[in-house]
Design a protein around this ligand. Structure first.
Ligand code: GCU
Length: 732
């Protein structure tokens, strides 16, 4: 029999880089912790980019009754980022990579008394990814640690953290059947395999056994509508046994028609997720994962990009059970490291080995924005080719993809490597106008009609405390985020060829290097707050568009109570076709429509607003105030915009309101602007280089007004005014 024990309690934690002997000697003085655990739950979420990145120890005694089997293995499901396991002071294994499982055999090294000492480090280095990215690299034993005791004859446990069993379903849609190949690895002569009630005894040759089972009238794994799962079991005469669920489905992508599931068009529309929570960091438990899945189901998304690394097995299981199609990836991100190649291959091999049986996974992501801080050179290209080949060698049933940074030229050779591609675009947030997203995809699709393209990230930061009647880019208001997503939702609906689209991000998450938008250490592009307690208005937009199950109506702007305008916009999101609005109990208007319903009402005093759609309704209170509520404003410099509005400027002369290409078209104004850009780019190193010699991006930037570029670059009010004075001195 196989005996699995979770080692959650009785650990001692030492936050110090010590020799193993010292760690064992002083373990008793260490902090008593239970697993899962991370040492960055606080300092990794409070901004300042100063969280503890170092080496720490987890020490625990193993009692005799825990060591039951003829052979005993230790399984570590997640140790970030690099770990070394010692038993009684002897090193058993070193593992580089913070997101995949690994195991070490204890048998033959056990003594009367046994001390387990595990060092874990999230130190900076140039070999283990990630090293540069917009999220906190939590350190710790942040997933379960288990003891696995098995008979002498047992299924493979060590190689790449394998489950010991691999299932490859091949579906024939016409015959409505599936050929299911089951493979196992063991040190025994034969294996008893069972699929769908059929049991077969299969010989094992060189430690490998394989058999094919035919499923007639196959019950397909059919996305959110019907995520049907089968189970495959394998058993040895010794009593050791393994099993896995699997699903029978087919995926394919078409450059013109997008994604297909089981032969039918199935546009993938969803979100991305990081594996962390407020106050907990990445030390999550099953309830946390289940709550996240419930929110994803409520939203109505049918796909998830699990970024930027391998997530917990429990979460892939939930995606299998809920029919969510998954983009899985390794943390090969932002900056290519010439000493990191081996680590990318190891992380990918472990990802595929450990997640292969999950029917939810459709694609393997090779990298994310790897050209953001690195030039496209031969070493980077070769690394991607090797990863791509590895994926195809290990898994002929899935596609490879990549998430590309917005400034990557669309004729870059790197785009030729994966089977399909997607872009991360932030026009309308980090730069430019929202409409430039439409232009980008139209240009790309027209130029490369045979290429499959997707939208792997898009989003805008919003702090639910900030509000505006006339929201604008980078004001961090809930209203601007909603407007931004309304645009992107329309843009996506008009372009069904996009194989998949993933909102960045479903939840706010920790990025300790951030201090903006009125919060520290958080990326606030979530549709839901970091602690999962608040759904921002944009959440309800996607629910209205994607969740057709539960009729609902949502009044936007509930937190924007104090309004100092004569009239105000009342926006309603609903998945119903008509919405009726009441003010102070009086029926004001009824509107037929889809997803977004906008009303304008006069504001005189305190008002009770009610929206109805069928049996669904929602209410809120708003009031007229004489002065703008300062607490709603993040960007104090927002008033600068007022200073720069049209009637303050001499239209016959240039100003910061003119676009870059208009200014550059004039030698005098162009000289002023180029001098300023030179100075700015000198401080921005590789990103600026990538921008400078990227014709596509130059074209995009040319269409931007100088003021939005300056604000994007964080220029202060005084230098903007100064530059404007100079430009106002130059006649058009
Ligand atoms: C990038 C990156 C994300 C990051 C996001 C952002 O595209 O891939 O990891 O969080 O931009 O800036 O919000």
């Amino acid at each position: 029999m196989r005996d699995v024990r979770v080692l959650s309690g009785d650990w001692r934690f030492l936050k110090a880089d010590l020799p193993v002997e010292t760690a064992m000697r002083y373990a008793e003085q260490g902090e008593a912790v239970t697993l899962p655990n991370t040492w960055n739950a606080e300092d990794g979420q409070d901004g300042g980019n100063d969280y503890y990145r170092g080496r720490c120890w987890y020490v625990r005694e193993l009692s005799a009754e825990e060591l039951t089997g003829e052979r005993v293995f230790l399984e570590i499901s997640g140790a970030a980022m690099t770990a070394e396991v010692y038993l009684n002071g002897k090193k058993l294994v070193r593992h580089e990579g913070g997101y995949s499982a690994f195991r070490a055999e204890l048998t033959g090294r056990l003594a009367e008394r046994n001390t387990l000492a595990i060092s874990v480090s999230n130190e900076d280095n140039d070999t283990v990814y990630p090293q540069k990215a917009d999220f906190t690299f939590y350190g710790g034993l942040y997933r379960e640690v288990r003891l696995i005791s098995v008979p002498a004859e047992h299924f493979e446990l060590v190689k790449d953290g394998t489950p010991g069993i691999k299932v490859t379903p091949s579906v024939d849609l016409d015959k409505h059947s599936a050929a299911v190949t089951v493979e196992t690895w063991q040190n025994a002569d034969a294996v008893e395999m069972t699929v769908n009630g059929e049991t077969r005894r299969v010989p094992s040759v060189d430690g490998h056994a394989q058999a094919e089972f035919i499923l007639e009238n196959v019950h397909l794994w059919n996305g959110t509508e019907d995520p049907f799962l089968y189970t495959a079991e394998a058993r040895l005469d010794s009593g050791d046994a393994v099993s896995t669920r699997f699903g029978c489905r087919t995926f394919r992508c078409d450059p013109e028609k997008g994604f297909f599931l089981n032969g039918r068009s199935y546009p993938l529309r969803g979100v991305s997720r990081h594996q962390d929570r407020k106050r907990k960091g990445n030390a999550l438990n099953l309830e946390d994962h289940e709550e996240d899945m419930a929110i994803i189901r409520e939203l109505g998304a049918n796909t998830l990009r699990l970024a930027h690394y391998q997530h917990a097995q429990e979460f892939y299981d939930l995606c299998d059970e809920n029919g969510i199609v998954v983009w899985a990836e390794i943390p090969y991100i932002t900056m290519h490291m010439k000493n990191g190649r081996e680590n990318t291959l190891t992380q990918m091999r472990e990802l595929i080995t450990q997640c292969y049986n999950h029917p939810c996974i459709a694609v393997w992501g090779l990298s994310n924005e790897i050209t953001a801080a690195s030039a496209v050179n031969e070493d980077l290209l070769e690394n991607h080719r090797l990863l791509n080949d590895l994926c195809h060698r290990m898994d002929s049933t899935r596609l490879t993809t990549m998430a590309n940074v917005f400034m990557l030229e669309t004729d870059s050779p790197i785009l030729e490597i994966p089977d399909i591609n997607s872009y991360n675009l932030y026009f309308g947030w980090y730069l430019g106008e929202m409409s430039q997203t439409d232009e980008f995809f139209d240009e790309y699709h027209a130029k490369y009609p045979d290429r499959v393209i997707g939208f792997s990230e898009y989003g805008a930061d919003a702090n639910p405390a900030f509000h505006a009647e006339h929201p604008e880019r980078s004001d961090y208001t809930e209203e601007y985020q909603a407007l931004y997503h309304e645009h992107m939702l329309r843009m996506i609906e008009e372009r069904p060829y996009l194989w998949a689209t993933h909102v960045w991000n479903l939840f706010d998450f920790a990025a300790d290097g951030r201090d903006e938008g009125g919060k520290h250490g958080e990326n606030q592009k979530g549709l839901v707050t970091f602690d999962r307690t608040l759904r921002k208005d944009a959440f309800w937009l996607y629910k209205a568009a994607w969740n057709k199950r539960e009729p609902f109506v949502h009044l936007c702007g509930k937190r924007y109570e104090n309004r100092c305008t004569e009239k105000t916009e009342i926006k309603v999101y609903s998945n119903q076709s008509s919405v009726t609005l009441y003010v102070d109990g009086v029926r004001i208007a009824e509107q037929e429509g889809k997803t977004v319903f906008c009303f304008s009402i006069p504001l005189v005093g305190e008002h009770l607003i009610r929206a109805e759609a069928g049996n669904a309704s929602d209410t809120m209170c708003i009031r007229r105030v004489s002065q703008p509520d300062e607490s709603y404003l993040y960007n104090k410099s927002a008033t600068v915009v007022n200073w720069f509005d049209q009637d303050g400027l001499n239209p016959d002369c240039f100003s910061v309101q003119d676009t870059l290409s208009e200014l550059r078209a004039n030698p005098q104004a162009g000289a002023v602007v180029n001098a300023m850009m030179e100075k700015a780019s000198a401080s921005r190193g590789d990103v600026a280089d990538a921008v400078k010699d990227n014709p596509a991006l130059q074209r995009m930037m040319g269409r931007m007004t100088l003021i939005s570029l300056l604000k994007q670059g964080g220029a202060d009010e005084e230098s903007i005014k100064q530059l404007n004075r100079v430009l106002q001195g130059i006649k058009k």
